[in-house]
Ligand binder design. Structure first.
Ligand code: IMP
Ligand code: MG
Length: 177
């Protein structure tokens, strides 16, 4: 498959994304006010959303990152999830908000949630920029969702196709045909 930027059709522009993140950030602020919060990002896809969401939550919290890989490359899930980089601090007894770029089949989230739950946090919730509910293969859901979308492969704003397009400032649908 030849990749080309001309195959990308805008879905959410910078302003739509920014405005929605402000709303979600305010919701998170209300829910975690007065709590000991750790916000954990799942690399690599989350890096753009994470930076914007963290700055939209007007609270004092710690941040941490994990890296897992679920796709061998291309547009289909392999169903296999590997922890490539773990947290460097314990989360036991703390309120944890896990931040994802997109929940697709749910396999990644399911696996990471199980792993984190075993460490006995005070609470564990999920914020995801995007959600594709029609693609779900396991029963998991995000507590805070930026946008729920149809079954499209999307790129930009952190999301990649074979490692590319993460730096696009908007979210677009990649049309392979
Ligand atoms: P899941 O395990 O199928 O829910 O997929 C989770 C991961 O697959 C996400 O964190 C993304 O890295 C990747 N992914 C799923 N859907 C898309 C998409 O439409 N565009 C780019 N990456 C995607
Ligand atoms: Mg990815």
């Amino acid at each position: 498959m030849t990749m080309s930027r001309s195959r990308i059709y805008p879905l959410f522009n910078e302003k739509q994304i920014h405005d929605r993140i402000q709303e979600v950030g305010e919701e998170i602020r209300r829910d975690y006010e007065g709590k000991d919060l750790v916000v954990i990002g799942l690399l690599n896809g989350v890096y753009v959303f994470f930076a914007d969401l963290a700055r939209a939550v007007d609270l004092d919290f710690e941040v941490g990152f994990m890296r897992v890989s679920s796709y061998g490359g291309g547009m289909e899930s392999t169903g296999e999830v590997k922890v490539a980089q773990d947290l460097d601090k314990p989360i036991r007894g703390r309120h944890v908000l896990l931040v994802e770029d997109i929940v697709d089949t749910g396999l990644t989230l399911h696996k990471v949630l199980r792993l984190l739950q075993d460490r006995e946090p005070a609470s564990l919730k999920v914020a995801s920029l995007l959600d594709k509910p029609s693609r779900r293969r396991v029963d998991v859901k995000a507590d805070y969702v930026g946008f729920s979308i149809e079954d499209h492969f999307v790129v930009g704003y952190g999301l990649d196709l074979d490692g590319k397009y993460r730096n696009l400032p908007y979210v677009g649908i990649y049309n392979p045909a």
